[in-house]
Write a protein of this length. Sequence first.
Length: 223
Amino acid sequence: MATQYRLIIGTRNWSSWSLRPYLALRATGAKFDEVVIGLDRPQTKAEILAQSPAGRVPVLKITEAGETTTVFDSLAICETLADRFPQAGLWPQDWRTRALARSYAAEMHSGFAALRTALPMEIARTLPQPQLSDAVKADIARIVDAWTDALTRYGKDGGFLFGRFSVADCMYGPVVTRFRTYDIALPKIVDAYCTRMMALPAMQDWLTEAQKEVAGGLKRPQA
């Protein structure tokens, strides 16, 4: 029996952490099922806990030889996919480049809280840019500097942060959408990278489904 993959994700318009492994899974070319759990509803927590003891999305379930393995956390899912699909090249081959790409991915995983709070993911909407605090400006500046450096050094070999599309691009995919949603001014090299990212078929498919959510009346609950 073939290996089966099931990705449990949250509301597409909002769930930045779900988008990351979705992009990685699409890059592998593997077939997979999707389960979408609507976020910010009374039953959300229980529905997610039924899928993972961590109580968060995304979750990847891999069923092989009659046994199902549950992988949770965006970066852990991406790492697992990189292990299982080496032909997808989700990490650079050169160890030095791979170490730097992993550092980029980990920095996104653990950092940029100010940006994530001030500019929440709303991929299907264009919204007014709020007043940016110094902390948010510092996050944006760090990301722009990092992307500029990576694209200058490696991007000519494929157009992505480390040449070929990698987990680093997956981890920063939701930041790309935030820059577009809130019309953040970007240097030419970074803006062109964002355009390439948004043009990915996987990103366009995600965006289309998010637009359907918004057209169906999706609204964030009032605090």
